[in-house]
Design a protein around this ligand. Structure first.
Ligand code: G3P
Length: 197
């Protein structure tokens, strides 16, 4: 399973990258807001530290502006994967952008059916929110497991990227469920190295 860091903090990313086990980074506007830097500048800084996909999220809600934003963000760096929220507009955008060769990470995935639609539209990744599903009393891991199985059944060229990971045990369970990738808050990655005993 590949491991991404779910942060925009460059010091944490440097520390993680030095471990040699970080395969990529995911960011979002909330993570960027904590840093007080320009989104593009930080993505380029991350790209100089981590050699792997870097998800950068688009926030436009109408199709035309969303396509324009995604094309602009994708042009920042070859490593950029644009993050598009699941939904009617999102799906249309994924179809168009993937046809142009722009890699898309579909965010806000809460069901295996949403994952199936995003994969059919051409997304490179789908990001089920494991922690938020569990918070609401649902089974986040079931969405991971079902999405992986569906993609295998139909040989869909899309990877399941477990997001909204809250603790080290979530990582183990996502790995057992066959998730292709998990994106981890820095604290979870660093916690995985140790043990109280
Ligand atoms: O990247 C988005 C996702 O990982 C959010 O996690 O903990 O805010 O649900 P969380």
């Amino acid at each position: 399973m590949r491991l991404f860091m779910d942060t925009a903090n460059i010091d944490e990313i440097r520390r993680g990258a030095a471990l040699g086990v970080v395969d990529g980074v995911t960011t979002n506007p909330s993570l960027l807001a904590k840093e007080g830097v320009e989104y593009r500048d930080r993505v380029l800084e991350i790209a100089s530290v981590v050699d792997g996909p870097i998800s950068a999220e688009c926030i436009s809600t109408e199709l035309g502006p969303l396509l324009a934003e995604a094309r602009r963000v994708a042009a920042w760096h070859d490593s950029v994967v644009v993050k598009i929220p699941m939904g009617e507009v999102g799906l249309q955008a994924i179809k168009r952008l993937s046809a142009e060769g722009i890699r898309v990470n579909t965010t806000l995935i809460f069901s295996a059916n949403q994952a199936l639609l995003a994969a059919k539209a051409g997304a490179a990744y789908v990001s089920p929110f494991v922690g938020r599903l569990n918070d609401g009393g649902q089974d986040g891991l079931a969405v991971i497991r079902e999405s992986v199985e569906i993609f295998e059944n139909y040989d869909l060229d899309c990877e399941v990227l477990a997001a909204s990971i809250r603790g080290a045990r979530d990582v183990t369970e996502c790995a057992l469920a066959g998730s292709h990738v998990a994106t981890l808050p820095s604290a979870v990655l660093f916690q995985m190295m140790g043990h109280p005993l």
